[in-house]
Ligand binder design. Structure first.
Ligand code: 3PG
Length: 397
């Protein structure tokens, strides 16, 4: 169900679950992509004359009030982006939330305090979550689920609430599901999947699901060293998941059997230690010295990955190619991002799959419109790509 299914929303109190789990440096938001992504739904509801009551989490406070995880910086940033004051309730469903909701006029927007300050939000006991969700639901008349980044969780404010109010997906959730389905269900070929990030163990489900769909699998980031090890090379002091080497050997074999092209880096930028200013140099991927750690893919690999991406009609990318937070080790991630931008220009459908890769493209200065879609989901987009049923979406059906 989508917004259209909710009928006339004029004057109605609309509870909206958003994903405002943004990276913070103290109280400074370092990437507001998730807040911007919520604007279309909020603006549409305001234009319809609804009273918009936003709910969100920040971090993992484990059911306690943690002042550093207050949504105050989000309320301020959201207010700036909307051009209106966005009051923050001191609680999620308590007296302050109720007073603030009662004072709302048509088109107003308020934000409830971090839903995870309540232990029931993430309780394993469904009955406890339901009781809590009823109290939240009492604040609204309809529920809009627009926090794509949390649809893989069955928590109080994004899942249980939908049981007690007429509910629908917001515009962001709709857009995410359309984009990710387009890539995974009926991709125009060649379909290239680029995976990076530190751990191969986080990507097992994605690799398994996409090995039977993709034409090409391009691997970089910390996880690549487990692939290089599985190919029989030494990886020095690079990240390595020894216990996954056999699993990865299996993937390499499956890729061969299914005719999926597996693209690994041919050269690696190695450093003495994990530090921004560590001395570094480029070595062949099959000769990483014992005392060095790989922190990025090398220049030949950057060109190789870029060319493979440009030679695609559908590209899904998840996970940085190196330690992009350190400028000396950001070139691999930059080359992949540039590959997607060039592929998009050439008519390909390209997706940046959330989390670190989405922050990386924004922080490296790539324009949002250089890609067909930048997902706001981290774990959620990964689980979507794994082909799993996501509770936050199922409950809306
Ligand atoms: C995310 O950052 O991926 C989402 O906001 C979900 O957060 P969580 O992993 O703490 O549930």
């Amino acid at each position: 169900k989508t917004l259209k299914d909710l009928g006339d929303l004029k004057g109605k109190r609309v509870l909206v679950r958003a994903d405002f789990n943004v990276p913070l440096d103290g109280t400074t938001i370092t990437d507001d992509g998730r807040i911007k992504a919520a604007l279309p739904t909020i603006n549409t509801l305001r234009q319809e004359g609804a009273k918009v009551i936003l709910m969100a989490h920040l971090g993992r406070p484990k059911g306690k009030v943690v002042p550093e995880l207050s949504l105050a910086p989000v309320a301020i940033r959201l207010g700036q982006l909307l051009g209106v004051d966005v009051p923050l309730a001191a609680d999620t469903y308590g007296p302050d939330a109720q007073t603030k909701v009662e004072a709302m006029k048509d088109g107003d927007v308020i934000l409830l305090q971090n839903v995870r300050f309540n232990p029931e939000e993430t309780s394993k006991d469904e009955a406890e979550r339901d009781e809590y969700a009823k109290k939240i639901a009492a604040l609204g008349e309809v529920f809009v689920s627009d926090g794509f980044g949390v649809v893989h969780r069955a928590q109080g404010s994004n899942y249980s609430v939908a049981k007690f109010l007429p509910s629908a997906a917001g515009l962001l959730v709709e857009k995410e599901v359309k984009a990710l389905s387009k890539a995974t269900e009926n991709p125009e070929r060649p379909f290239t999947v680029v995976l990076g990030g530190s751990k191969v163990s986080d990507k097992l489900g994605v690799i398994e699901n996409l090995l039977s769909k993709a034409d090409r699998l391009v691997i970089g980031g910390g996880m690549v060293f487990t692939f290089l090890k599985a190919e029989g090379y030494e990886v020095g002091s690079s990240l390595l998941e020894e216990d996954q080497v056999d699993t990865v050997k299996g993937y390499i074999q499956t890729a061969k059997e299914k005719g999926v092209e597996l693209v690994l880096p041919t050269d690696i930028v190695v450093a003495d230690e994990f530090k921004a200013d560590s001395p570094h140099r480029v070595v062949p991927a099959d000769s990483i010295p014992a005392d060095k750690m790989g922190l990025d893919i090398g220049p030949d690999s950057q060109k190789l990955f870029h060319d493979k991406i440009v030679d695609s009609k559908t590209v899904v990318w998840n996970g940085p190619m190196g330690v992009f937070e350190f400028p000396a080790f950001a070139d691999g991630t930059r080359a992949v991002a540039q590959g997607l931008v060039d592929a998009t220009k050439a008519g390909a459908f390209t997706i940046v799959g959330g989390g670190d890769s989405a922050s990386a493209v924004r922080n490296l200065g790539f324009p949002e419109d250089g890609f067909s879609h930048i997902s706001t989901g981290g774990g959620a987009s990964l689980e979507f790509l794994e082909g799993k049923a996501l509770p936050g979406l199922e409950v809306l059906k």
